[in-house]
Ligand binder design. Structure first.
Ligand SMILES: *Cc1c(COP(=O)(O)O)cnc(C)c1O
Length: 405
């Protein structure tokens, strides 16, 4: 076993060796600019890009390869989708809708547009992190031009009822965007079945390279138009100018092809390991709480709050494990996760949460070690916790009149 054990596959994934092999020639021998229309170098590069475009189209279930636009990653795809629709359809309306547990690249884009004068609705989510299609329906007004709801959440793994939300949007004639970054390669994606008009994906979360992503843009029923963020040579049908990152795109295509091919078996294996971890923790520890949906969750995610144990201390106590905490200081202040807050997890429990993200290269041995290490560290920290001791002695903490608070 190699240490530290990587259990942070939601943050990024290692490049699959097969992906690297496919990319390598495109750095050296096959170095052409895919936009060079007048010689062999350009044609070869263009053919490689078009092959990758087809592979991404297959990943998202697009009917036409042309509906796939390459970007620098999902942050850009989300910005392009949301700002692109807001600008293009501003005569039609200025109301846009999202959820409070979206990735920052969605939320911050909404905040930016709100400052520019758009009307923003942030829908509530339930205690599992799901958005109800009926809540979406009731929020739509004649001025609504866009709904953006993620397919699966990156912290708690909850999967949204996307097809039902897509149906509502279609009925109401509103464009529907989904950030499918965490769902790609984990659950089958199909923009037709899901009623999705715009879908963001990225290579580095599916064993491809960092810095390359894609946006699916529907061309029929309805034909969706988006204003570009970047002006220039008119690449990507004018929606995203800039010389294409050919090696990155080739790697993304290969990663997508592998994901489609192995998904079913891989997810069965990862789910088995995830359930082993889940059982191992639950069997050996009390006062632990699952965050997110018990069944409607991506197979590689497990997020637990370990009451009376501060997440950051827990991580410090088990440096052999590369996991992520719900109180990770994203800012200077130690703010608990906004996702946990939105699903109603109290501040205390939010600070005790740990996200385990499993992936293609996670082994049984690693999970066995992880169970042992987490159980041991949680028990050790709880032994030092007067609060935990009081609870074990049957004292109701809520009955105590705290001073100094
Ligand atoms: C990682 C992630 C992104 C950002 O993707 P990048 O390619 O790193 O910009 C967006 N949305 C979700 C849900 C993510 O997990």
């Amino acid at each position: 076993m190699k240490f530290p054990i990587y259990l942070d596959y939601h943050a990024t994934t290692p490049l699959d060796p097969e992906v690297l092999k496919t990319m390598l020639p495109y750095f050296t021998e096959v170095f052409g600019n895919a936009a060079s229309r007048n010689h062999e170098f350009g044609w070869t590069a263009e053919a490689a890009v078009e092959k990758a475009r087809h592979q991404i189209a297959k990943l998202v279930g697009a009917q036409h390869d042309k509906e796939v636009i390459f970007t620098s990653g999902a942050t850009e795809s989300n910005n392009l989708a949301i700002q692109g629709v807001a600008e293009m359809y501003k005569e039609k309306g200025n109301h846009i809708i999202t959820s409070p547990i979206e990735h920052k690249s969605v939320l911050d884009t909404f905040h930016f547009l709100e400052k520019k004068g758009y009307e923003v609705t942030i829908l509530p989510v339930d205690s599992y992190g799901q958005v109800s299609p009926e809540v979406v329906r009731n929020a739509i007004t004649p001025k609504t031009i866009l709904v953006s709801i993620m397919t699966a959440n990156n912290e708690i793994g909850t999967i949204n009822p996307i097809a039902e939300i897509g149906k509502v949007c279609k009925e109401k004639g509103v464009i529907f965007h989904t950030d499918a970054v965490q769902a790609a390669g984990k659950i089958p994606l199909n923009v037709e079945a899901m009623g999705v008009d715009l879908m963001s994906v990225t290579a580095h979360k599916i064993y491809g390279p960092k810095g390359v992503g894609a946006l699916y843009v529907r061309r029929k029923n309805p034909r969706v138009r988006i204003a570009p963020l970047i002006y220039g040579g008119g690449h990507e049908r004018g929606m995203r100018s800039g010389t294409l990152n050919v090696p990155g795109i080739v790697g993304f295509g290969k990663a997508a092809e592998i994901a489609v091919r192995v998904m079913q078996d891989e997810m069965a294996q990862i789910k088995r390991l995830r359930d082993k971890l889940w059982e191992g923790l639950q069997k050996n520890l009390d006062e632990i709480y699952l965050n997110g949906h018990p069944t409607e969750r991506i197979a590689n995610n497990l997020n637990f709050s370990f009451a009376f144990v501060e997440g950051e201390s827990l991580m410090m106590g088990m440096k052999e494990l590369a996991v992520s905490s719900g109180s990770a200081c994203t800012s200077a202040s130690l703010e608990p996760s906004y996702v946990l807050k939105a699903i109603g997890v109290g501040e205390d429990l939010a600070h005790t949460s740990i996200r385990f993200g499993l992936g293609r290269f996670t082994t049984d041995e690693e999970i066995d070690y992880t169970i042992e290490k987490v159980v041991e560290t949680v028990k050790k920290l709880r032994d030092l916790s007067p609060l935990y001791e009081m609870v074990k002695e049957g004292i109701d903490l809520k009955s105590i009149a705290w001073t100094g608070h």
